[in-house]
Write a protein that binds this ligand. Structure first.
Ligand code: M6R
Length: 604
């Protein structure tokens, strides 16, 4: 993961870099650092902690230029030594890196055998030492000689004390955007163009081992053979407004509460037959014989539910794979496979890699994403935006329900254009769908009840979250919420699978959170609850109003507004999000920035 930002120009490079890094902290917040050049020497400022810590301690002296980094640790613990920027042993070059160098160990041993000392445990320090060993007065040339030696994916930016007018950057598979303004007063680099604040800029993206020489208002790009290349630039203006918690204690709580509105936005312009153009023609959509959904984490959970929508409503074979597994499988795909890549950020490395594999097999790729100008939207044939607004909390909430809303409407649309949707079903389904924002509001209005339940269950260290059919991925999603922000062991389990092994773990200190809203499997889940109760496991059930039998078995029940099975994940998901939030609050956890995680996972 990690975020890279760099600045050279008329503004204060250090302050500009700090502002840029603030936008990139979603990519990692284990440590931060900045390097610049002042009076012919490299100055570095690093902290083994969040950017706020660095800001408190930094000495705001004027630099000629600056590069900065927010780290999500891969190689080496969260320490000052492992924080970027890394310097070569002559203290002449400073480098920041995003990505992973797979052959770093052998390169490091080789450099050590030549007497080059290492201060950190990182793979990144290997790059700067290698570049230094090739440096003979020309930084671009040294980078050019180094890149073929590196295996893996990376984006790098570096400076040399003898070149206070240049930043050099290079990228392979990891995103790196470079920008300059029209009047040649500034140039910037960033892992994400959305971190370029305010001004109108010309933006280009490095790829395939391209190297950039970045000077004030001027950029020169070289290809793998060190030949100059003309890159197409895009105009970019960021109308950025700093995200605010709007009175809530955490972004997560605010984002949970926004869902009646964000779902409404996801609905806009997408009720069939008026589904907005998606970049893939109706004829092509009609000819698809298989739908393959890709995603990670929460997006994969939405994808598993989406696959059920496509099978239930469109009657087309559909499946969802976790992208990190999918990229190393050899699935049978072709031009009649519609691949749907789901990602809130549009930057998840595994999802991007998996869709690139599918592309090689001639599939059409549709991205469903929350971030405009993301890598995903540049690499897919068509895109649908979630329009959920910035999701700041690492724990994904509103993006999940917007993904469900879009997948629902897309399934209805495909069903319609393929002649499978009867007018009566369409009316019934759309009617139910339109009730969802108000159902969500009903759950939000009872947040205090969920908080009381959270207080009761907050001390347990282990949980199973179980459900059947639509409620199985919903339970998995709720378990993910709890584990990532509360550091509690919570696992999603298909309820019918408990007796095949997991039931052995149940005892009075191992509760089960049961998602009971899938009506078709109602009786089955009631039997599963009995099995848990018989082993002394405490049961908290999320059940639809009317399913009174649940109250006879469960220790606690939170009642949900009833709906059809397909739409049951919405209200259940909100209940799960609130439960996780209040348990994390009760346990005093860092809710918006949980340990070890980052908002955008840009490494494999
Ligand atoms: O941006 P994406 O949707 O591609 O991110 C995928 C996962 O990294 C993400 O959903 C992650 O699991 C969240 N932290 C879950 O809350």
């Amino acid at each position: 993961m990690c975020g890279i930002f760099g600045y050279i120009g008329d503004k204060d490079p250090l302050k500009t870099c700090l502002a840029g890094l603030e936008q990139l902290e979603y990519r990692g917040y284990d440590s931060t650092g900045i390097a610049g050049i002042a009076e012919g020497a490299i100055s570095t400022y690093k902290e083994a902690g969040k950017l706020s810590l660095l800001k408190q301690k930094i000495n705001l002296s004027r630099l000629d230029l600056a590069i900065g980094h927010t780290r999500w640790a891969t190689h080496g613990k969260v320490t000052y030594e492992n924080a970027h920027p890394h310097l070569d042993s002559s203290q002449s070059i400073a480098l920041v890196h995003n990505g992973i160098i797979e052959n770093y160990d052998s390169l490091r041993e080789e450099l050590k055998s030549r007497g080059i000392p290492f201060l950190s445990e990182t793979d990144s320090e290997v790059i700067v030492q290698l570049i230094s060993s090739h440096y003979q007065g020309n930084l671009v040339d040294a980078v050019y000689k180094t890149l073929p030696l590196l295996k893996g994916a990376f984006a790098i930016a570096l400076i040399h004390k003898d070149h206070p007018d240049q930043i050099v950057a290079a990228a392979r598979e990891s995103p790196l955007a470079i920008a300059y303004n029209d009047d040649c007063t500034e140039s910037l680099i960033s892992s994400d163009q959305n971190a370029f604040l305010g001004t109108s800029l010309n933006v280009l993206f490095l790829m395939g081992d391209e190297i950039a020489l970045i000077q004030k208002g001027a950029i020169h790009i070289f290809d793998q053979a060190l030949q100059p290349v003309e890159k197409k630039t895009e105009r970019f203006k960021n109308d950025y407004k700093a995200p605010s918690k709007e009175g809530f204690a955490h972004f997560m709580r605010k984002e949970i509460s926004e869902q009646p509105q964000t779902i409404q936005k996801a609905f806009d312009g997408r009720f069939t037959p008026d589904f907005e153009p998606i970049g893939i023609s109706l004829e092509e959509l009609k000819s698809m014989r298989h739908i393959w959904i890709l995603g990670c984490g929460t997006s994969a959970h939405a994808g598993h539910i989406g696959a059920m929508y496509f099978e239930d409503l469109v009657k087309i074979p559909s499946s969802c794979d976790i992208a990190s597994e999918a990229r190393y499988r050899d699935p049978i795909l072709g031009p009649d496979t519609l691949v749907i890549a789901l990602s809130q950020s549009g930057e998840t490395a595994d999802t991007l890699a998996a869709l690139r594999e599918a592309k090689k097999q001639g599939c059409r790729i549709l991205g469903i994403c929350n971030v405009q100008n993301s890598t995903l939207t540049r690499e897919t044939d068509g895109s649908i935006f979630l329009k959920a607004g910035p999701e700041v909390s690492v724990c994904s909430t509103k993006a999940f329900t917007s993904q469900l809303a879009v997948l629902n409407l897309l399934a209805l649309h495909l069903s319609h254009i393929r002649g499978r949707l009867s007018p009566a079903l369409a009316v019934h389904y759309v009617d139910k769908l339109k009730q969802i924002p108000s159902h969500i509001q009903q759950v939000l209005d009872q947040a205090a009840d969920i908080e009381r339940l959270a207080q009761k269950y907050a001390a347990y260290e282990d949980f199973f979250f179980m459900g059947r059919r639509y409620m199985f991925p919903t339970a998995q999603e709720a378990a993910l919420k709890l584990k990532e922000i509360s550091y509690v062991n919570a696992n999603g389990c298909p309820a019918g699978e408990l007796k095949h092994g997991p039931l052995a773990l149940i005892n009075p200190s191992f509760p089960v959170v049961a998602f009971c809203a899938n009506i078709r499997t109602q009786e089955k889940i009631l039997s599963n609850l009995m099995e848990v109760k018989a082993r002394g496991g405490p049961i908290l059930a999320f059940a639809p109003q009317g399913l009174n039998a649940v109250a006879d078995v469960a220790d606690d029940v939170f009642w949900l507004p009833p709906t059809i099975d397909e739409l049951s994940p919405f209200a259940s998901a909100i209940a799960g999000q609130l439960l996780a939030y209040f348990i994390a609050k009760e346990r005093g956890c860092d809710i918006d920035q949980p340990r070890n995680l980052a908002k955008s996972v840009t490494v494999e």
